[in-house]
Design a protein around this ligand. Structure first.
Ligand code: SF4
Ligand code: SF4
Length: 93
């Protein structure tokens, strides 16, 4: 899957127990278990860095409190888009 990410997920390696539930449940498959072991001797989950939709499924299925944090990214408003493009005002709708 490609396109602008609508979310971002952060995994706490200290809290993750490497069960893989988030990896299996993520619809766009943007999580994976690292090859390296954590200090606890498990393969912690990682975010690929793209395609997260911010759906939160990984958060709800994770049995470890504090292991998963999901951020929903806010799309830019028309005013913000105009500023980015150097326009003086937002065009009428
Ligand atoms: S569900 Fe939670 S504990 Fe299991 S691999 Fe994912 S982040 Fe780690
Ligand atoms: S919030 Fe949804 S899309 Fe993003 S990593 Fe979690 S399950 Fe996958």
């Amino acid at each position: 899957m490609t396109g602008r990410a609508r979310g971002k997920v952060m995994i706490s390696i200290e809290e993750c127990k490497g069960c893989g539930l988030c990896v299996e449940s993520c619809p766009p498959k943007c999580l994976f278990l690292a090859l390296e072991l954590s200090a606890y001797g498990v393969h912690p989950a990682h975010y690929t860095g793209q395609d997260c939709t911010g759906c939160g499924i990984c958060f709800y299925c994770c049995p470890e409190p504090g292991a998963v944090t999901v951020y929903r990214l806010v799309p830019p408003t028309k005013a913000m888009t105009s500023q980015l493009q150097g326009a003086d005002y937002a065009p009428p709708v």
